[in-house]
Design a protein around this ligand. Sequence first.
Ligand SMILES: NC(=O)c1ccc[n+]([C@@H]2O[C@H](COP(=O)([O-])OP(=O)(O)OC[C@H]3O[C@@H](n4cnc5c(N)ncnc54)[C@H](OP(=O)(O)O)[C@@H]3O)[C@@H](O)[C@H]2O)c1
Length: 325
Amino acid sequence: MKAIRIENPGVDYRLALDETPMPRPGAGEVLIQVRAAGVNRADISQAQGRYPPPPGASDILGMEVSGEIAEAGEGVAEWQVGQQVCALLAGGGYAEFCAAPAECVLPVPKGIGVVDAAGLPEAYFTVWANLLMAAQLKSGERVLIHGGSSGIGTAAIQLCAARAHEVFTTAGSGNKCAACEALGATHAINYREEDFVDVVKKATGGRGVDVILDMVGGDYIQRNIAAAAVWGRIVNIAYQSGSKATVDFSSVLMKRLSLLATTLRSRTNAEKAAIRNAVLREVWPLIEAGSIKPVTDSLFPIAEAQAAHARMAKSEHIGKILLTL
Ligand SMILES: NC(=O)c1ccc[n+]([C@@H]2O[C@H](COP(=O)([O-])OP(=O)(O)OC[C@H]3O[C@@H](n4cnc5c(N)ncnc54)[C@H](OP(=O)(O)O)[C@@H]3O)[C@@H](O)[C@H]2O)c1
């Protein structure tokens, strides 16, 4: 089969389409004929040699796909050959075929095209696992989502808006802020022009937000603490601006805050299954009802994976970049 190979891992990596052996579905796995694969920022880190796949995972890039079940491995009764699905993977998605644990597979939501569905798993697993499971977001609470125009951000805004939360978000241009508001953000803050702490404080009468989803880190660590309400929860999924900071923790104490951080990729299949089940129960009906839509920024044929990565690296996109097969 054809798959993307990383020619020279490192800052000047090159992605090339090459022949490689077909994967075989192990016990409890399915083989998926891939129609589209989601591009994630972590793929860039992996190609640069900074984020190796977890032990046992394919070393081919790609953490989410959509397509058709081509074969069910031993012990898999849940999925049948020909069914249209999307799946979260620990790796292997930039390829014509990939193996996926059966418990990380979901049906393509009704009314959604199979290609667009490739952009759903990583974003909604991550958003659910962090906002609802880790940060325990409750009905009526206010949220702040950093990086609102990212794949993760566009999903988080829509999910929170669909569940009637007041949503603050940050993005790096007026155009991106307008897109975030169209997705349901109540206050989109251009972080290059405004201080999100000031905007949050002013709009909430000094109270702050209950839950913050952060992918930035660096100086946002202290500023998130300032923007959080009493009993607030701050959950980091990345530290793009740095994982080291000098922090005054007195407000963490006085406001009784929780600082959390999680990763998804290295979790056990049992943990991912619990997230999959919640996403299927709580998010898929919102997608099928039209309250949440996939936000596909652009499609690139898989042979142009390098150009897809370049678009993400320049942060030109809003939503998900997908590779098609
Ligand atoms: N821990 C986990 O389990 C997990 C799972 C999935 C993803 N992630 C992480 O989540 C992040 C988003 O992933 P993605 O694939 O959706 O990537 P993406 O679409 O490339 O998103 C990156 C976003 O970061 C934003 N950003 C950068 N600096 C910022 C700043 N100072 N303030 C506000 N926003 C800023 C960018 O916004 P502008 O373009 O407007 O600057 C961009 O929207 C990545 O860092 C990824 O590694 C973590």
